[in-house]
Design a protein. Structure first.
Length: 163
């Protein structure tokens, strides 16, 4: 199969992959409003993208990669603002409803993205590695460490509820 026709790429992306882009954005942003902004930015970038896509899978991988990068940019920009934190405000509970997704969102960025792309989007470790710019064995290590951390975090959450 040759490259996707240029005139159908945007419609195809919105129709097939807007939910995946939104889920990836929610997974990597602090609030849904930021995630919605990221989705809009990603599709704007797609409109101005001059390259071609070899397949639908290539298009989906490009969309998810741009989504993750845009979320990183947003997070970086928020950290660079000159706002002081009020140390008297308590931090929110890590897992207010005890869901696994909340625990995944509490993982370090590399682990979180590897888990999301592998378990939620169904990519292999090699594909995740290409998307995140890491060797396959590194991705496998991230996944193993993420599972270990999740096990510990969720076990502690269950023990706290029992007590």
């Amino acid at each position: 199969m040759g490259p996707l026709p240029r005139d159908t790429v945007f419609a195809l992306a919105v129709q097939k992959y807007s939910d995946s882009v939104y889920r990836a954005a929610v997974h990597n942003c602090n609030c849904t409003a930021d995630a919605e902004d990221v989705v809009q930015d990603v599709f704007e970038k797609l409109l101005s993208y001059s390259g071609s896509f070899e397949s639908e899978e290539h298009l989906k991988a490009w969309l998810l990669r741009v989504t993750i990068n845009r979320c990183r940019d947003l997070t970086r920009a928020a950290r660079q603002k000159d706002t002081e934190l009020d140390e008297n405000i308590p931090a929110p509970d890590a897992f207010p409803d005890g869901s696994v997704l909340d625990a995944v969102r509490a993982l370090p960025e590399n682990y979180r993205n590897a888990v999301y792309l592998h378990y939620y989007e169904g990519y292999t470790a090699a594909e995740v590695g290409r998307m995140l710019g890491a060797p396959t064995n590194t991705v496998l290590s991230w996944l193993r460490r993420a599972r270990t951390q999740l096990h510990t975090m969720l076990k502690e959450e269950i023990e706290d509820e029992v007590v």
